[in-house]
Design a protein around this ligand. Structure first.
Ligand SMILES: [Zn+2]
Length: 338
């Protein structure tokens, strides 16, 4: 027995997910959405909830596998123009698994071109809708991982890495809904091979192991890989309510307005900002970060409250000039609460 190999059980490195943040935002947005869009929002909330349930089912399978593995949930990788959101990145003794979870109601059919169609029965009629191929999605994830991991300078090492890449890196598509019937009769073999129901996932991984002829990694190597992927993971705040506000554009009303200059307000990678860069601080009052809900609420012209060093304050949906270290900036107007 190798004394340095101590990992016997799954290790969860990261378990939080953006789906939970998405759900929070959508639920909060109920208050602000136009009546006619509410049904669409409720449907989206349901499908996000189903997605979360599916991901949890997969997590619990992995956690109960009794296999040494590192589990990284909801990893966002970026390289140049390419980016990937990976449901589960799992590092076992032999493999790096890119796992895509699907938890859909209805059945799935895959045609000979590898196109996925979801079939939902409503009122006695089959509704068919194309869904973005999770196979293609995973191929993109693997491409990005290849780009990130490929040795930079050494051509020989690059060739060896490319040659063995598919021996180490595997794509898996998990269907979490046990009731889903997947019609794969016409599907290309390479797609059929990586579809699995969540309660079969561990057997599937064990079979991959059995058929693999790559040497086992040491604990240290597994850990280094896990660290490597975590170091490439970035948080990227997304405004999941944007698509419901998009249609406002048709009526020529801008999405959100800066309370200071009337410019357009956007939510970017680093948070909320005024496009005119007028100096309005949308994200904080007195250095205290506001929640997404509070910011949206203020942008909708509603007052909110927040706790600062000065105690509890009321925050008003209007700008107030502040002078700080010789600079002029603007923040939401506040009044201390009595
Ligand atoms: Zn502004």
């Amino acid at each position: 027995m190798n004394l340095f190999n101590k990992i016997r059980e799954p290790v969860v490195i990261k378990s939080d997910s953006t789906a939970q943040e998405q759900l929070r935002q959508l639920v909060d947005f109920r208050e602000y959405i136009a009546e006619e869009d509410l049904e669409r929002l409720e449907q989206d909330i349901k499908s996000v909830e189903a997605g979360i349930a599916g991901e949890n089912a997969v997590l619990s399978e992995l956690e109960n596998s009794h296999m040494p593995m590192y589990i990284l949930h909801d990893i966002y990788l970026k390289q140049g123009e390419l980016s990937s959101q990976i449901d589960y990145l799992v590092i076992t003794k032999k493999l790096i698994l890119v796992i895509e979870c699907k938890n859909l109601s209805g059945n799935i059919s895959i045609d000979k071109h590898g196109d996925f169609t979801r079939i939902i029965r409503k009122g006695g009629i089959n509704h068919r809708e194309g869904i973005y191929s999770p196979y293609t999605q995973n191929q993109r994830h693997l491409e990005l991982i290849r780009e990130i991991r490929r040795p930079e300078k050494d051509l020989l090492a690059q060739a060896a890495f490319d040659k063995s890449f598919s021996d180490y890196h595997k794509s898996v598509i998990v269907f979490a809904n046990s009731k889903t019937v997947i019609n794969t009769r016409y599907a290309p073999q390479e797609i059929q091979d990586l579809l699995v129901k969540s309660d079969d996932l561990i057997n599937y991984i064990k079979t991959l192991h059995k058929n693999s002829n790559v040497p086992d990694m040491t604990d240290k190597e597994m850990q280094m890989l896990s660290d490597f992927f975590m170091s490439h993971h970035t948080e990227h705040p997304v405004d999941y309510t944007e698509k419901y506000r998009k249609k406002d554009k048709k009526t020529d009303s801008p999405e959100y307005i800066c309370p200071n200059c009337g410019g357009e307000v956007r939510q970017g990678q680093y948070g909320w900002y005024c496009k005119k860069k007028c100096g309005m601080r949308l994200e904080k009052v007195y250095g205290v970060p506001l929640t997404n809900r509070q910011i949206i609420s203020l942008l909708h012209g509603k007052t909110t409250t927040c706790k600062t060093k000065l105690g509890k304050v009321t925050v008003f949906p209007e700008a107030e000039e502040k002078h700080y270290q010789g600079k002029t900036l603007f923040q939401w107007r506040t009044e201390s609460k009595k």
